[in-house]
Design a protein around this ligand. Structure first.
Ligand SMILES: Nc1ncnc2c1ncn2[C@@H]1O[C@H](COP(=O)(O)OP(=O)(O)OP(=O)(O)O)[C@@H](O)[C@H]1O
Length: 642
């Protein structure tokens, strides 16, 4: 069938925007595919292009009112770019209602409530979805809503006795002890969310929650507890911190509670993929509603990195009677994939919104009074959400900077950066060579240890020491491409290190090459985001292995078996989530309008535990980025509260 002239013109514009890098090739292809399933009106095709494009940017749906009101802003395009595209499509609906009517009339769109014959697109109220995302979002919303409404009977006086023991000798900070409150609130629910910035004590709190569960649950000895996180590194860190906290607690409470048994019974922390039983090359998992996980309590750390599809799979596989505890920093960057689940779930965490009943229970169970300013008419999930508000690790300039950025206070952020006390530093008008020099200095310690060799000590001990030194420093980029991106900087850093004789690049693999895995590989047991170092294999001189640190364990894989890797002297901020480096260098690009927002800057800063350096080619880009917020379209909140 010949396409209408308006459609031809639309495809020409779509092709131009694709050439210009404003659209993914996939977006046009997807729209044509949908068009091939029924009548391809220009309005529907345009909506498909935009929906697919937004999905690539992490949105789970297209908000029709934004499409009708301000499409250029929605797409982060110039007005001229939008106008040209809209003109090419001919007459488009004039308003929200017009769009909804047109979409509802399309054979390819299921309007929720109408007859469903598995159309690829779903219109739910004013949100247009790809069917898969609608299904995931609905599952997450309904399951969380149901869980949030399930509040157990708790013997508050005995909980209070235990909480007083577990939090004994705490130095009082100003205001209530939110950690204690979090334990009391989480104990009664089938779901709880504990959010807070770095060092606010999320793992410290959850270790006490486990001890509390152990103390008061009637079948404590049989509780099956699982720990998980989105990445292997985050899982290993969670396990380490919980073990450490429980060991300290065990010393404190003595024989009153056999906490060492609890630690021994908990087992390793796993990645969510492995917990759910990922199947190579499919999106499905061994565990699901029909074959649920065999657990009573699941603790998931770094929940901000859990994308919509993974959260849906997790909730689907969780037995109805099990308790889910999500830990994470709501202000961090969301996952690369669509959805900003933790951010959506925690939208009211700052304000609290606790009901009178929650406040009364919290007081009875913890002895802590929630200040009236945090009272309100929050929904069921708000009653099960606690934000930890003071950081033990981040009180110095790095913490002040993170706070200022989070609050959108550009002047304060610049002031902290310019105060330059050595902990934070800003190279305002930087050149690539500044970053290269910082990398040279930052990576010299591990490279010099490499150069010295193992000196006769056990190979694994030496490898662990090299890996620890490598983990102390990292260059983080906001973008992938160009002089200021991961690619350009890795090249420049390699060249400099090679020139100085610290590495000897021979082809792709060389001793000292840090690599990041870019795709899960079940055969070798490495996962997207894992970072390792290439070193000689003592058992087979001349061959190279990549060594990975998991907690304190060292694991290695023959380098030539790893196919999906990239050099990792510099990496993206996105991929750095869940990691911390003593000295972190954050590099901003020159281009304006790159999609850099406050959450990215905040995440970069909070990766630094002792020293933070910002390098920007232009000073203004910092303020512009802080002023910009990432808003991902989703219907999660509306569905949960509706
Ligand atoms: N109430 C407390 N009393 C004493 N020390 C505490 C308390 N809360 C936390 N800490 C200490 O502060 C440090 C940070 O705590 P923790 O690791 O639990 O924070 P976190 O929020 O999980 O951090 P991250 O986001 O980096 O994982 C730890 O050394 C912990 O032992």
């Amino acid at each position: 069938m010949k396409s209408a002239p308006a459609l031809d013109a639309l495809w020409v514009q779509v092709a131009m925007l694709t050439e210009d890098g404003q659209l993914r090739r996939l977006s046009g292809t997807f729209a044509r595919f949908v068009g091939s399933l029924g009548t391809a009106t220009p309005a529907l095709m345009l909506a498909c292009v935009l929906l697919s494009e937004l999905e690539g940017r992490g949105h789970s749906c297209l908000m029709i009112d934004q499409l009708a009101l301000d499409p250029a802003t929605l797409m982060a395009w110039d007005k001229e770019q939008w106008d040209a595209l809209a003109r090419s499509a001919g007459t488009l609906p004039r308003n929200r209602k017009g769009w909804i009517d047109q979409l509802t009339a399309s054979d390819q769109v299921w309007h929720v409530g109408d007859f469903d014959f598995d159309q690829p697109l779903v219109l739910d109220g004013e949100r247009l979805y790809l069917r898969r995302y609608w299904r995931d979002e609905t599952l997450v919303a309904h399951t969380i809503r149901a869980r949030a409404g399930l509040v157990r009977e708790v013997d508050a006086p005995s909980v209070r006795i235990w909480l007083d023991i577990l939090f004994a000798s705490e130095r009082r900070t100003k205001g209530p002890d939110w950690q204690k409150l979090a334990c009391a609130i989480a104990l009664r629910g089938s779901i709880a969310i504990i959010t807070g910035g770095p060092g606010t004590g999320k793992t410290y709190t959850v270790a006490r929650l486990l001890a509390l569960l152990f103390a008061v649950a009637p079948d404590a000895g049989r509780q099956r507890i699982a720990l998980a996180a989105p990445t292997g590194k985050a899982a290993a860190r969670l396990k380490q911190s919980i073990d450490k906290a429980l060991t300290e607690l065990a010393d404190k409470v003595g024989t009153t509670l056999p906490l060492r048994d609890l630690t021994a019974r908990m087992g390793a922390a796993r990645t969510l993929h492995s917990l759910l039983g990922a199947r190579p090359d499919t999106r499905t998992f061994a565990h699901n509603k029909g074959n649920p996980l065999d657990i009573d309590v699941l603790i998931v750390d770094e929940a901000s990195m859990v994308h919509l599809e993974m959260m849906a799979s997790l909730l689907d596989a969780l037995p109805v009677g099990a308790t889910l505890i999500l830990l994470g920093d709501k202000d961090q960057l969301a996952s690369v994939e669509a959805g900003a689940v933790l951010g959506d779930l925690c939208r009211d965490a700052q304000a609290g919104g606790y009901s009178a009943a929650t406040m009364a229970y919290a007081l009875a169970a913890s002895g802590e009074t929630i200040p009236a300013e945090y009272g309100g008419a929050g929904g069921a999930l708000a009653q099960q959400t606690v934000m930890l508000r003071s950081s033990r690790r981040f009180s110095g300039p790095i913490g002040q900077l993170a706070l200022a950025v989070n609050a959108g206070d550009v002047a304060r952020a610049e002031e902290v950066l310019r105060a330059g006390d050595g902990t934070v530093r800003w190279i305002e008008h930087g050149h690539q060579q500044h970053v290269v020099q910082l990398a040279f200095d930052g990576y010299a310690p591990y490279l010099s240890l490499l150069g010295e060799g193992d000196g006769g000590q056990a190979h694994e001990t030496w490898v662990r020491a090299v890996l620890h030194r490598f983990e102390a420093f990292r260059v983080l980029c906001a973008v992938r491409e160009g002089e200021w991106g991961v690619g350009g900087l890795n090249d420049a850093i390699e060249q400099r290190l090679d020139g100085a004789g610290l590495i000897r690049r021979r082809g792709e693999w060389y001793v000292g090459r840090p690599v990041m895995i870019t795709r899960n590989d079940y055969g070798t047991g490495v996962f997207n985001g894992d970072i390792g170092l290439t070193l000689g294999d003592p058992a087979r001189p001349g061959s190279l292995r990549v060594y990975f640190l998991e907690g304190d364990k060292v694991r290695s894989v023959l380098a030539t078996r790893l196919r999906h890797v990239e050099t990792a002297f510099a990496m993206t901020v996105h991929k750095s989530q869940g990691s911390e480096f003593a000295h972190t260098v954050l590099v901003l690009p020159r281009e304006r309008g790159a999609m850099i927002a406050r959450e990215l800057i905040y995440t970069g800063i909070t990766r630094a535990s002792a020293q933070f350096t910002l390098v920007s080619p232009l000073a203004a880009i910092l303020g512009e980025s802080i002023a910009q917020r990432t808003q991902r379209a989703s219907g999660l909140r509306e569905m949960i509260s509706g």
